[in-house]
Design a protein around this ligand. Structure first.
Ligand code: MN
Ligand code: MN
Length: 472
């Protein structure tokens, strides 16, 4: 009989946290790395703001515009760095490799939209001396979590002459915040008997916006008028201008370290800006790769990847066609080969095991906070419905890369079988024939106004994506 301890060591997966496996210097590196991530989360609360941030970092790092490269017919060479800005709401960064693009690319694809509450096209109304914004929520939210917290408004208003007005109110300490009210417990007897999903309704998510009436006592709807007048003075807009706007209500909460040991990060929009930030820093550190590397930052994942900024559209395919043309291969067959031969990490978050809600998880196949980046073979609901279910061969390749590069990783699915489920962009990009697997950070309180990640996992995501770029 062999020594059991030795045998365990040899045969079983080690369920240690990253904290137990790194030295003091690496610990410091983890904490330092996450300061940049916290800054990103604080400054980018929408897909448009994320796009601007990503572009500015890329340009500073020597990336040139794809449109400009096309216009000036710049020949792309190994090492060339290109960005493609898709309508200010999604971005692709590319570093050209030494191998022809048609041999396949190494791609990390994240999304930069997050669950939120959008304004309706004619949002402003007045009721009982209060001005409110009518809203329509975006993505999968638990509505009851969005009431009685400070909210900010971000987005754009496009005037009829095309002039774009950027809006951001509620983030600075001196800014006013917005707010959705809840019923006081004293009168909440009936409310508290409702199911959690019905406690706050979609139409009940209206945002408190003002309460001072316009001075002219003869006017009607004076509180609404006063707000419209303030918007006119500040942005020179009318009610009709709001019809061509994208205004998003998000939590007006600053990112904080969580835990007495500061090991975690609390903040809004970590699904999936944690993947976006770590994919960004990973590709920015790539120099002279063997295969062409792509970082894709997509919009609309939270509503099914629809629209021309989501990954069900062809913006990635079109960008790859342009890259090929600029390297001298402009036939459709090259595009098909390049995509079919590619390897892609669908960089998206997973639900970390939560001891407070132990019932929702199968402890033997769930990711844990702080145990590393999560390799998720399949997502989906019920019998893996809507899942990409990665090929075992590709999972093998990715884990070999991680192991060889010292990336600490774990595996796990999203909760117990049949308790729910979810999907990612994996299924859509897999339609090109490329190899795809989900790979991202595990969060607590995913899709809530304040999600929690482990600093160690965030740092490890950067390491993982970087290793994938060089070695896949
Ligand atoms: Mn996501
Ligand atoms: Mn999500």
């Amino acid at each position: 009989m062999e020594d059991a301890k030795k045998l365990r060591e040899e045969l079983m997966i080690k369920n240690e946290t990253i904290w137990e496996r790194v030295n003091e210097r690496e610990k410091e590196e983890i904490f330092n790395y996450c300061e940049g991530y916290k800054f990103f989360l604080n400054s980018c609360k929408t897909e448009r703001e994320s796009t601007q941030y990503i572009l500015s970092r890329a340009i500073r790092n020597g990336f040139v515009s794809l449109d400009e490269a096309i216009e000036r017919d710049i020949k792309l060479m190994p090492g060339s760095k290109v960005y493609f800005n898709n309508k200010d709401k999604s971005v692709i960064l590319a570093v050209i490799g030494s191998t022809p693009i048609e041999k396949g690319m190494n791609i990390v694809a994240a999304h930069i939209d997050a669950p939120r509450i959008d304004l309706k096209p004619t949002p402003v109304y007045e009721e009982a001396g209060l001005a409110l914004f009518n809203t329509h929520y975006y993505g999968g939210i638990k509505k009851y979590q969005w009431v009685a917290i400070p909210l900010a408004i971000h987005g754009v208003i496009i005037k009829s002459d095309g002039h774009k007005i950027n809006v951001s109110i509620g983030e600075n300490e001196n800014d006013p915040a917005l707010y959705i009210s809840d019923l006081l417990p004293h009168l909440g007897k009936d409310q508290m008997e409702k199911k959690a999903g019905e406690v706050i309704t979609g139409e009940g998510l209206d945002v408190l916006t003002g309460s001072i009436p316009y001075p002219d006592k003869e006017a009607e709807q004076r509180v609404k008028l006063n707000i419209m007048n303030m918007l006119k003075e500040r942005y020179d807009i009318t009610e009709e201008d709001l019809i061509s706007s994208e205004l998003e209500i998000v939590p007006a909460l600053k990112v904080r370290d969580i835990g007495l040991d500061r090991s975690m990060i609390g903040g809004y929009g970590q699904d999936d800006r944690v993947s976006a930030y770590t994919a960004l820093t990973a590709i920015l550190s790539v120099e002279s790769p063997k295969y062409t590397c792509l970082a894709v930052f997509a919009d609309k994942e939270e509503v099914g990847s629809m629209g021309n900024t989501g990954l069900q559209s062809r913006f990635m395919e079109n960008a790859v066609a342009e890259l090929l043309a600029l390297t001298g291969n402009d036939g459709d067959i090259y595009v098909r080969r390049a995509l079919a031969n590619s390897r892609l990490l669908s960089a998206d978050v997973n639900g970390a095991y939560d001891p407070l809600y132990a019932d929702a998880y199968d402890k033997t196949n769930t990711p844990f906070l702080g145990r590393g980046i999560v390799l998720t073979k399949y997502t989906g609901a019920r019998g893996k419905s809507g899942s990409n279910d990665a090929n075992a061969e590709f999972v093998s390749k990715v884990r070999a890369i991680f192991n060889a590069s010292g990336v600490i990783w774990q595996t796990g699915e999203l909760g117990k079988v049949d308790v729910g489920g979810g999907g990612t962009i994996a299924q859509f990009v897999a339609s090109y024939g490329m190899e795809v697997v989900d790979c991202g950070v595990a969060l607590l309180s995913m899709h809530s106004p304040y999600e929690v990640s482990s600093k160690a996992d965030v740092y490890m995501a950067h390491r993982a994506y970087n290793a994938f770029y060089y070695n896949a």
